[in-house]
Design a protein around this ligand. Structure first.
Ligand SMILES: C[S@@+](CC[C@H](N)C(=O)[O-])C[C@H]1O[C@@H](n2cnc3c(N)ncnc32)[C@H](O)[C@@H]1O
Length: 252
């Protein structure tokens, strides 16, 4: 049974081009470039720390909501065993086209079938997820299912929009709209040039509580600043408040 009760099935198919991280540098949309230049380096550093912590050469990694798969390739190049899954079949197709040999890719239905059959139980050393959890309404079931496939001492490493970024974006009328509150936004929409996706904003305390109750230790809370290179090269016009809250928790 799939975890998400999201009714906007495959709206992400229409956004595959915007988030296509395989394009040439100049053609990459700033919304995707921010993941590449601001988020991925932090994720890769944390992965190196986890590799040393576990004393292993190669990590078993799931990228949940892998998009078009460029990050899977980066992880695989570093000698890890890599699996990707995405809700959008179009994203999975692009990932399959672009990914190197040995990377496993699953569509949503296939993935949750394996989870339900227990075939991925305690499999992963790391589950990464870059800007995915904020599109999921019933996040507790997703996190519970993902927790079950993480090994003891494995880490969850993910990025979501911080609340301050949304407050400021609403003020400057960039990307986000129709939120329940301007001061304490929790549910609203991201409007990607007419393609509207429901967005759920949760602060660090929400995730801290979930993971504390699920017997995880907190490892990281970080709000990476934009680099000068990114701001100039991609002509970023969005909020200057960090657009990522990166959190990590270790399973005890
Ligand atoms: C903003 S994109 C980020 C893609 C990728 N993580 C990256 O860094 O390039 C969000 C991704 O989350 C995926 N997604 C949305 N809801 C999802 C869900 N319930 N389960 C898995 N993936 C989901 C979308 O299809 C899309 O590929």
């Amino acid at each position: 049974m799939k975890a998400s009760t999201d009714t906007i099935t495959n709206v992400w198919d229409f956004l595959a081009d915007r988030f296509n991280t395989h394009k040439n540098g100049n053609e990459i949309h700033p919304d995707a470039a921010v993941n590449i230049f601001i988020g991925w380096p932090i994720f890769l550093d944390q992965m190196e720390i986890q590799r040393k912590y576990l004393g292993t050469k190669s990590l078993e990694i799931l990228d949940f909501g892998c998009g078009t798969g460029k990050f899977l390739k980066e992880l695989s190049k570093k000698g890890n065993n890599v699996t990707g899954m995405d809700k959008s079949n179009k994203m999975v197709e692009l990932s399959k086209k672009n990914a190197s040999n040995g990377i496993k890719l699953y569509k949503e239905e296939e993935f949750y079938e394996l989870v339900d059959r227990g075939e991925l139980q305690n499999k992963f050393d790391v589950i990464t997820s870059m800007h995915v959890f904020e599109w999921i309404e019933d996040i507790n079931s997703t996190l519970n299912q993902l927790s079950s496939i993480l090994k003891k001492n494995g880490i969850f490493l993910f990025a979501v929009f911080p609340k301050k970024h949304i407050i400021d974006s609403l003020r400057i009328q960039d990307l986000f709209e129709d939120f329940d509150s301007a001061e304490n936004p929790s549910v609203g929409y991201a409007n990607f040039d007419g393609i509207k996706v429901q967005t759920f904003i949760r602060d660090a305390e929400f995730f801290d509580e979930f993971f504390r109750n699920s017997n995880f230790d907190k490892v990281l809370e970080f709000y990476p600043p934009y680099s000068q290179y990114f701001l100039k090269h991609y002509k970023w016009t969005g909020s200057l408040y960090p657009e990522m809250m990166i959190l990590a928790y270790r399973k005890l």
